[in-house]
Design a protein around this ligand. Structure first.
Ligand code: ZN
Length: 168
């Protein structure tokens, strides 16, 4: 057996406690509530709880900025056709780092942290969040394998009030 360091022991301990009274087995992995969600990786977002959903209810795809990337579209196509997704929410949020710095600023910050050149890196910064949201929702609505098969909407999540506002 590989000789791993102990860097993750706290999490493995927590996992063993989690598995002790595990009652989520035998589930087929479909979206029980028919929900697909694209949102940001931000730690202030609790995706299931903010929508009143429970374990098993939604297929969730997260990335910096809640962007509808080619990978997000792949996930949604699978969700719609194989995993019971019927309604799709695209949910960026207020005070998102991806919408409050420029690409150059992020490169500079990452380069400084890494102690090496990061000028080649790309972070997909968003300059106009609501315009980007409209474009991203349109990408889902016009996708040839999604189109009319699911209802699609765009919202902004306020990380200070917990409220969602629909914009698209
Ligand atoms: Zn964010």
């Amino acid at each position: 057996m590989a000789d791993f360091s102990h860097d993750f022991d706290d999490l493995l301990d927590a996992n063993r406690a989690f598995a002790e009274d595990f009652d989520l087995g035998g589930f087929d992995g479909r979206a029980n509530a028919g929900i697909g969600l694209i949102t940001c990786m931000d730690s202030r977002i609790d995706p299931l709880r903010m929508l009143g959903l429970e374990h098993g209810d939604a297929k969730i795809f997260r990335n910096p900025g809640a962007r509808v990337t080619p990978q997000a579209l792949e996930a949604l196509v699978l969700g719609v056709h194989l995993l019971n997704v019927q309604r799709i929410l695209v949910v960026p949020h207020t005070r998102c780092a991806m919408a409050s710095a420029s690409e150059a600023e992020l490169r500079a910050k990452v380069g400084e942290s890494a102690g090496t050149d990061a000028s080649w890196a790309s972070f997909g910064v968003v300059t106009d969040q609501l315009d980007q949201l409209r474009q991203d929702v349109a990408k889902v609505r016009t996708h040839p394998l999604i189109g009319e098969r699911a209802k699609v909407a765009g919202f902004l999540y306020d990380v200070d009030s917990g409220l969602l506002t629909r914009h698209v």
